[in-house]
Design a protein around this ligand. Structure first.
Ligand code: COD
Length: 300
């Protein structure tokens, strides 16, 4: 699956999608949303201090559009709360992080009465478009769950698999990252990976092909997998990488963008609605990719 597939899926839908953008005070947000609005991806409701949003839109040289509307909010926390409430009340279909810090947005999302909880675990899914690679590579969880236990890892994989299926990818080849391929009892990540692999074989973790523990090279390089004698359905050709903790996930995410030249998209899955979770330093291209990921998971 590549970005063109995602774009085709999103743009052949006839439904009108509205995105609530929390704290839209940065020009690249308007650049991305304006491009998306022109393509018909979605309409946008921007929440934040009105004068700062107007200035950001001017700096991006973006014109007012009939696909744009605005609500005033005093600060990051109020922007996050108001955007979450719009989605909670069904006035918007997707929540998008603007310049609110991730933890402030997630706290509003997790609010017991006015948030976007479903009773399920919420988790982060990132997509990477790497230079000279047609297919997208996905990674979970680089940004929400800090030190997931075995049950939470199962939830994280189920969330990612469900989102990928909605994007059009069936049976993602899912690699559980560790430092080794043998099950070393002294390495909890390797032990969890072995258990999750067995759960997949027994049908307790469905919709994907799971293998682990796998070191990163064996997960994504056919040459490394062959050299280490690991010939499985997943080794060397993973679609989805599962990190054992947020530090591994976040460092890999940043390595792929900083050293690997990847364009990244990010979203939170498992909530009542998809949540576009970009970094505050993300480019307009990256924000557009995240939007495509999120909108493509909406099934009305
Ligand atoms: N899914 C569903 N419910 C959750 C989740 C989750 N992943 N996490 C917490 N909850 C629920 C809990 O069950 C509880 O009812 C309530 O939310 C509060 O739980 P706490 O006290 O553990 O959570 P918070 O509010 O202190 O923190 C939740 C965060 C998501 C903010 C926290 O886990 C966090 O800071 N994660 C890392 C975010 C981050 O800094 N990322 C960095 C890279 S962008």
């Amino acid at each position: 699956m590549n970005v063109t597939d995602l774009s085709n899926k999103v743009h052949t839908k006839s439904e009108q999608v509205t995105v609530a953008v929390a704290h839209a005070v940065e020009p690249s947000i308007f650049t991305a949303c304006s491009l998306a609005a022109e393509k018909g991806t979605a309409s946008f409701h921007f929440i934040g201090p009105l004068t700062e949003m107007t200035d950001a839109m001017k700096d991006a040289a973006v014109e007012q559009s009939d696909r744009f509307s605005f609500s005033d909010a005093a600060d990051e926390a109020e922007s996050a709360q108001k955007a979450v409430v719009l989605v909670h009340e069904g006035q918007a279909d997707v929540l998008m992080k603007g310049m609110t810090p991730t933890s402030k947005l997630l706290k509003a999302v997790l609010h017991k009465e006015k948030g976007l909880r479903t009773g399920r675990l919420l988790s982060h899914l990132a997509g990477f478009q790497l230079p000279e690679q047609d297919d997208l590579l996905f990674l979970t969880d680089a940004a929400m769950n800090i030190a997931p236990d075995l049950t939470q890892k199962q939830g994280i994989i189920e969330n990612a698999v469900e989102a990928l299926s909605k994007m059009g990818m069936e049976l993602p080849k899912t690699a559980l990252l560790a430092a080794v391929e043998t099950v070393n009892p002294a390495m909890p990540a390797a032990v969890d990976a072995a258990v999750l692999t067995q759960m997949n074989r027994r049908g307790q973790l469905a919709g994907c092909l799971v293998d682990g523990p796998l070191a990163l090279d064996v997960a994504v390089s056919a040459k490394a997998a062959k050299q280490k004698g690991l010939e499985t359905d997943v080794a060397g050709r993973a679609d989805l990488l599962v990190a054992p903790n947020i530090e591994t996930g976040n460092t890999l995410y940043k390595s792929l963008t900083l050293f690997g030249g990847a364009t990244v998209g990010g979203m939170i899955v498992g909530a009542r609605a998809p949540i576009v979770l970009t970094s505050r330093s993300d480019t307009a291209e990256s924000r557009l990719f995240s939007l495509l990921m999120a909108v493509s998971t909406i099934q009305k």
